[in-house]
Design a protein around this ligand. Structure first.
Ligand SMILES: Cc1ncc(COP(=O)(O)O)c(C=O)c1O
Length: 364
């Protein structure tokens, strides 16, 4: 089914309609280098999306109210605030295009002969690595190259391939690892949160900095929301933050929160019945987070943590008896449905659903 587009196009730009012969002639003249093609000869131009295509009314109006001051412009502070909110990184260095950021990064990190692994390098990323005489290595999972393979996260990094690059080149030859989300040169395929964590753990184990080429981090988060039960209950921004916030930042926040509670002497209070409905969302969210860690463990050798998913289901059932709201039953049904597939997810031969769904009222 084709959905009607949820927007109105306010401005049109005429395009040149070319014939196949003209296009073949132009690409021949350009020496088969798309960068040398005149733009009039490209009916659909996918060379970059860096502000070269349609802008929304919000973007246009943003330009009108924009502050063009040469220094200290408030637009810069807006950008810095948003980047800081999503990534928690302290330093923000704006560049006018991604390839300039790559140039800054690789001229300062890559020495001749160094290897730079990525899931798949975008063409400008590869060019910047190679310009600095480094070797750009693609380490995406094999499914990425199989157009017939069904895989929800074909942009995932193959950590086994990272092991091989490390073994072959040695630690000193790996100045950094990069993860491109979404994996643009592999067809814009997404990277899962679990894979980003696994890649990050690998990098920490070998003390190699991990960089995100985050051109489409919001779209990537959207795919995670659609395809990964761990992310289904989170907002796009929360998923993006889960990708980009470091574990040490989260640990620091917890320490700060505990200190604040201690110093402000905030007492433990049992909420009154009237307070419960307002708190329900947060409670459900935490239960689902616990379940998700059990559904897709972020560390350890095992794919799942049945102890955690079992605990989340226990809490869900308890909540269902205390507060039998539709949201509670909905979450419980979702967890039970996913839990019923746990054995089948871990073993290709086991297709049985566990008996857990057969409980009265929970046959989801
Ligand atoms: C994954 C990725 N990296 C780098 C770039 C380069 O960004 P820019 O076109 O802003 O130089 C792009 C552009 O589309 C991209 O998709």
């Amino acid at each position: 089914m084709v959905m009607a587009e949820p927007y109105r196009i306010k401005m049109v730009e005429p395009l040149t309609m070319t014939t196949r012969e003209q296009r073949e002639e132009e690409i021949r003249k350009a020496g088969y280098n798309t960068f040398l093609l005149p733009s009039w000869a490209c009916y659909i131009d996918l060379l970059t999306d860096s502000g070269t295509s349609a802008m929304s009314d919000r973007q246009w109006s943003g330009m009108m109210v924009g502050d063009e001051s040469y220094a200290g412009s408030r637009n810069y502070f807006n950008l810095e605030r948003v980047v800081h909110r999503i990534t928690t990184y302290r330093h923000v260095i704006p560049t006018h295009q991604g390839r300039v950021a790559e140039n800054l990064l690789f001229t300062t990190t890559v020495k001749p002969g160094d290897r730079v692994p990525n899931n798949i390098h975008f063409d400008t990323t590869r060019a910047n690595v190679e310009h600095n005489l480094g070797v750009a290595v693609d380490c995406v999972i094999d499914e990425a190259y199989d157009v017939t393979a069904e895989h929800p996260f074909k942009g995932n990094m193959d950590v086994g391939k990272l092991d091989r690059v490390l073994a072959e080149a040695g630690r000193e030859r790996l100045p950094l690892v990069m993860l491109t989300v979404t994996n643009n040169s592999g067809g814009g395929q997404p990277v899962s949160l679990a894979n980003a964590r696994e890649t990050s753990r690998w990098c920490r184990r070998h003390r190699i900095p991990l960089f995100f080429d985050a051109c489409r981090f919001a779209e990537n988060a959207y795919f995670c929301k659609l395809r990964d039960p761990e992310c289904a209950a989170l907002s796009i921004e929360e998923i993006a933050r889960a990708f980009l916030t470091s574990a040490s930042t989260i640990a620091q926040r917890i320490v700060r929160a505990k200190t604040k509670i201690r110093e402000a002497r905030i007492p433990y209070q049992v909420p009154s019945l009237a307070d419960l409905p307002d708190r329900l969302d947060n409670v459900l969210r935490v239960i689902y987070l616990v379940f998700n860690e059990g559904y897709s463990a972020s560390s350890g050798a095992s794919l799942t943590r049945p102890d955690l998913s079992g605990e989340a289901i226990r809490l869900g059932r308890l909540l269902g008896t205390l507060l039998p709201e539709p949201e509670v039953n909905g979450l419980l049904a979702l967890m039970l449905l996913q839990e019923s597939r746990r054995a089948a997810r871990a073993s290709p031969t086991d297709t049985a659903c566990s008996q857990i769904t057969a409980r009265p009222g929970c046959s989801a």
